[in-house]
Design a protein around this ligand. Structure first.
Ligand code: ARG
Length: 584
């Protein structure tokens, strides 16, 4: 699209006393009207003339300098609409995808940003909750897309692995040692944590013992350190399974404990600057929000001298800036922590960190479940494991029903093993898509029956379209290099229908969808794009017979469109983290 935008801007510029940018062109909501549009409102104000009259005038001027074989220009109300001719799409888009394959839409590194992206960050010795999945998949998708678009991305998992709870956990491990097996799992840790809290109700001395234990841990006591390390290892082993399942990786697992030795120097520094003050026994920094509003002070040291969550976040931000000199640092974290980040950023500002505006909180909404078992609980109390189970069962049911259905041709029936494997991929894809197709800032109403379905705007709908492309290509008997070797003139002779042009026009918008996703920090932009692409592919497939035995050239041209769709759809699914079953 970029080249088309540039040509149009070049054609318009001589007639317009504005500094035009390619992004001044809009995408008409109804694509039947055109592929790009220039709105005349700004000029109307400037020139004191009706926008409709300006549109008519500019349409005439622009069409005289644009090649009519490439563009059709038309005024429509206050807009000048530009339709790109098939030839342009073939040359710029189709051939581009066929040539570049999975590198399609990839941008060179030079001019792009250094982006530190923190996400997931579950808490050690607690189960992985569904609300952590939200930040995990949003963060992972953003990081993949940013890398594809040439940004230098560093991903960090800020594990919750420090704090007074580890004191309690150590006490619990000792107290219940005889009931525990040699090999501990995360489940054991969670259980004893619950149990110690119960016991605490009748035995208040436990609370004190826990605090003492954490003090010893912070002071570096070797026994306490060993216990703590074991808890972290057990938890990480479990979290790694989740990350493998959702294909998420991190450059750094720098949990809260990573900044431990920086806390005392940080507090001393703040004291020296005179911004750390006492408030009801605690040490705090008085802060405002970015827009200058008064917010509660940020507590950095509790009255018992222990550091807290916010202290470690301030230290982490300083450490990361020192290390990466990022252009941007984003925290993908639930919206309930909005105030926390305002306070942390406020402390950075109070310290005179002039890079503080580069920090942002990408706030995520909650999951809400329709399922009776879960609907009454808050998102923080639903484990990912439960949701995985729920999705897998539904998916298995769906796949089995499909496979047994009379509409399924006997030769395409799947084996039981295949069904289990595909059901798992469908379950993951459905959940990830449901999550990512929702604006991350909004709560997500999760209805398993709607989400795990081949109909509607769902993950399985996209996965299925992808397998359909694969099967058309497979059945053609032609290898991909043969298809992608199709010549420009052959394409030009054969690609004629509006469905084909429209499909190419959508493929041409892929990079724009990626950049919009990054600008808005909303993978829902890419998700919506992939739905559009799949719908346009559906129209094409319905209207244009791909395999025409008596016309090999037409067949090859249409197969090249299928291949291009497969490539872009597949790439989009990869970027979102949705598995691609080979058949369904
Ligand atoms: N561990 C925290 C939680 O589960 C999330 C951490 C978010 N990141 C941060 N830098 N504070 O709520």
């Amino acid at each position: 699209m970029e080249k088309f935008r540039n040509s149009i801007i070049q054609a318009l510029s001589p007639w317009v006393d504005l500094d035009l940018k390619p992004t001044d062109l809009e995408t008409p909501p109804d694509r039947n009207r055109g592929d790009l549009a220039f709105p005349c409102f700004k000029l109307s104000k400037k020139w004191g003339k009706a926008p409709q009259a300006i549109a008519l005038e500019l349409a005439e001027k622009a069409s005289s300098s644009l090649n009519p074989e490439e563009f059709q220009v038309e005024a429509a109300g206050p807009y000048v609409n530009f339709r790109i001719r098939t030839k342009g799409f073939i040359e710029e888009t189709l051939i581009g995808v066929l040539k570049n394959g999975l590198q399609y839409g990839a941008a060179p590194k030079e001019s792009r940003e250094r982006w530190v992206l923190e996400f997931s960050s579950p808490n050690v010795a607690k189960p992985f909750q569904i609300y952590h999945l939200r930040t995990t998949i949003v963060g992972a998708a953003l990081s993949r897309i940013a890398r594809h678009r040439g940004h230098t991305v560093t991903t960090i998992n800020h594990l919750g692995d420090w704090g007074t709870q580890y004191g309690k956990l150590a006490i619990a491990l000792k107290r219940y040692a005889k009931d525990l097996p040699e090999e501990l799992t995360l489940k054991h840790l969670v259980d004893i944590y619950v149990r110690i809290h119960k016991d605490m109700e009748s035995d208040p001395s436990i609370e004190k013992a826990g605090q003492e234990a954490f003090k010893r841990l912070e002071a570096g006591d070797p026994e306490m350190r060993a216990i703590w390390r074991k808890c972290v290892e057990i938890s990480l082993r479990e979290f790694e399974k989740t990350y493998a399942r959702y294909q998420v990786t991190f450059d750094h697992f720098w949990g809260e404990s990573h900044y431990e030795d920086q806390l005392k120097p940080l507090l001393a520094n703040l004291k020296q600057q005179g911004i750390l003050v006492e408030d009801q026994g605690a040490q705090v920094v008085r802060v405002t929000s970015r827009d200058g509003k008064e917010i509660p002070p940020c507590i950095l040291e509790k009255s018992d001298g222990a550091s807290i969550y916010a202290t470690r976040d301030v230290a982490a931000a300083l450490y990361r800036y020192e290390k990466f000199h990022f252009d941007r640092m984003s925290y993908v974290v639930g919206k309930e922590q909005k105030l926390h980040f305002e306070q942390v950023f406020g402390v950075l500002r109070a310290m005179g960190a002039d890079w503080e505006p580069k920090c942002e909180h990408i706030a995520t909404g909650l999951y809400r479940f329709k399922d009776a078992k879960m609907s009454t609980r808050k998102g923080n109390f639903i484990t990912l494991e439960e949701v995985n189970e729920l999705c897998f069962h539904k998916s298995l049911e769906l796949m089995n029903a499909r496979n047994a259905s009379e509409e399924t041709r006997p030769d395409t029936r799947l084996t039981a093993d295949e069904i289990t494997m595909i059901a798992d991929q469908v379950a993951i894809g459905a959940l990830v898509f449901a999550d990512l197709s929702t604006d991350p800032a909004k709560d997500l109403d999760f209805d398993v029956d709607r989400v795990i379905s081949f109909e509607g705007e769902t993950g399985p709908y996209l996965q299925y379209a992808h397998t359909r492309c694969l099967s058309i290509l497979r059945k053609s008997g032609l290898d991909e290099p043969v298809i992608s070797g199709v010549s420009g003139p052959a394409l030009l002779r054969n690609i004629k229908t509006p469905e084909e042009t429209r499909l190419m026009g959508t493929i041409a918008r892929f990079s724009e969808a990626l950049d919009r996703t990054l600008d808005q920090r909303k993978p829902s932009q890419l998700a919506t794009y992939l739905i559009d692409l799949t719908k346009d592919f559906g129209h094409f497939y319905r209207e244009c017979k791909v395999v025409n035995p008596d016309d090999p050239e037409l067949t090859l041209a249409r197969l090249s469109l299928v291949l291009a769709t497969k490539t872009v759809l597949g790439l989009g699914l990869d970027l979102l983290g949705i598995p691609k079953p080979q058949k369904m």
